[in-house]
Design a protein around this ligand. Structure first.
Ligand code: AMP
Length: 279
């Protein structure tokens, strides 16, 4: 396994592999790798000749009062995980490598970037879309793997890839959960034991909403869910919404395939989760 820190070197290596006929898979991450990330890495291992994992805590996707500085960075452990899972290259750039002072170009995915998480995290998806566009170009990836855990992010990246004619194919991957139902997240490490067991109610609420969606009106499904989420100790709901599965527009009574998305604070930790639902 090779660790590459320079974008130009990563791109040169990627182009060499393309020339040799290899297909490249990219798994973009912010590190603190867990089984969710590993499922993406293993999928690339199956599909692609070469797997590149990028580890970059991207400052442009954090707001001024967010957890950029305290975000976990267990790099040695991450590298061991990558090695164990047969990653060919870890792309590990510095902030100044990705965003040197002269950097002026940003990618915006209009409307989709401003709703749901985007309404609470201004500029977040602009930062995400920009770094992912750069990573697509640096890695020359045939396929890039994204978790359904970050559903809005996935939909925005799919839109961006279409709009900007990227040749990289976006591969959505299922949410990996703890036995309790809690979706795995690097941010779960901020939770104490009590908060972690309380947070299980988020996924339970989503599962029950999925059941209710089959027979009940949107309003009833939503109000029942909000009531349950509000009962989590120390919780504050940023949003709980049912949206069209394909384009994130608000669901209506005719929507057949939807997604329930929620962002809930438990203490000082912001957790997101979602579930697909159909009539
Ligand atoms: P992050 O390091 O949080 O930026 O996540 C990197 C990638 O891993 C994103 O595509 C996430 O959606 C994905 N991911 C994170 N948690 C999970 C999970 N529990 N299950 C599946 N994919 C995940």
């Amino acid at each position: 396994m090779n660790i590459i820190k320079k974008a130009s070197e990563m791109q040169k290596i990627a182009l060499k592999h393309i020339k040799a006929g290899d297909e490249i898979g990219l798994v973009p991450t912010m590190g603190a790798l867990h089984e969710g990330h590993i499922s993406l890495i293993d999928k690339s291992g199956k599909n692609d000749d070469i797997t590149i994992v990028s580890i970059f805590v991207n400052p442009t996707q954090f707001g001024p009062n967010e957890d950029y500085l305290k975000y976990p960075r267990p790099i040695e452990k991450d590298l061991q995980i990558c090695k164990k899972h047969h990653v060919d290259y870890v792309f590990l750039p510095s902030v100044s490598e990705m965003f040197p002072d002269e950097h002026k170009t940003f990618v915006e995915v209009k409307e989709m970037q401003d709703i749901l998480c985007g309404a609470f995290r201004k500029g977040h998806f602009r930062g995400v879309a920009t770094v992912v566009a750069k990573l697509f170009n640096i890695s020359c990836a045939d396929r890039a793997y994204f978790g359904l855990k970050d559903f809005q992010q996935l939909k925005i990246i799919e839109r961006m890839a279409k709009d900007l004619n990227f040749t990289t194919k976006i591969v959505p991957c299922p949410i990996v959960r703890e036995k309790s139902g809690l979706a795995l997240s690097s941010r779960n490490s901020y939770l104490n034991a009590k908060q972690k067991s309380d947070a299980v109610l988020i996924s339970k609420t989503l599962r029950e909403a999925k059941e209710d969606f089959k027979t009940k009106s949107l309003q009833i499904v939503l109000s029942a869910a909000v009531k349950k989420l509000s009962s989590i100790p120390e919780s504050k709901i940023d949003y709980a919404e049912i949206v069209d599965f394909d384009d994130l527009s608000l669901a209506n009574s005719k929507t057949k395939k939807a997604s329930f998305l929620a962002a809930v604070w438990v203490g000082k930790t912001r957790l997101i989760d979602n579930i697909a639902m159909s009539k």
